[in-house]
Design a protein around this ligand. Sequence first.
Ligand code: GRF
Length: 217
Amino acid sequence: MKNIVILISGRGSNMEALIAARDAGNLPVNIAAVISNRPDARGLETAAKAGITAHYVDHKAFAGREAFDAALAECIDQFQPDLVVLAGFMRILSEGFVRHYEGHLMNIHPSLLPSFPGLHTHQRALEEGVRVHGCTVHFVTPTLDHGPVIIQAAVPVLDGDTEDDLAARILIQEHKIYPQAVRWFAEGKLTLTNGRVLLNQAQSKQAALIAPEVCQA
Ligand code: GRF
């Protein structure tokens, strides 16, 4: 079974979705550890309660990004992960760190990349007046919120939506697509070719999730 390490910075609801999928028998992985860059991340307590090793490496204790990233990698590598899963991990990672885990580092981002990389994605989507917004799971490259896309979910932006409305609608989809992406990785179904993720026909249909429950409402 593949070993994964999950990195968080706060609430950890995506981490919880991964734990729930594992517990339901839908995610054949060993969650070896959850690591936060913030000692007070709420998700650390949740992970510990679920019986998962929970650690923090406080970024504030390090002089610079490289020093922190090196300490973080040392902490991660003791668990010998096949995959490192960024689940609301709010740190820009150095190129050296990303290269160390190339092809073994996934992120979830609350927009349909390549639209709206960076912060405040829901506010920016509302400002731009887009009608479709969503979330993306991708392999990580040294460029922020960039890299081969694995799966995306789209939701409509409705008139009168607030940032919170959009965040809530998209979070529901995040909790579906992240376990799916990690499952495909665990099953060896993700092939990276020329900077793109290749899937088979059936999977590629599942990799474009158009939130049906919202569209029909
Ligand atoms: C999610 O919206 C994720 O896409 C973004 O940060 C948020 C983290 O939420 N990167 P949680 O900690 O998983 O609840």
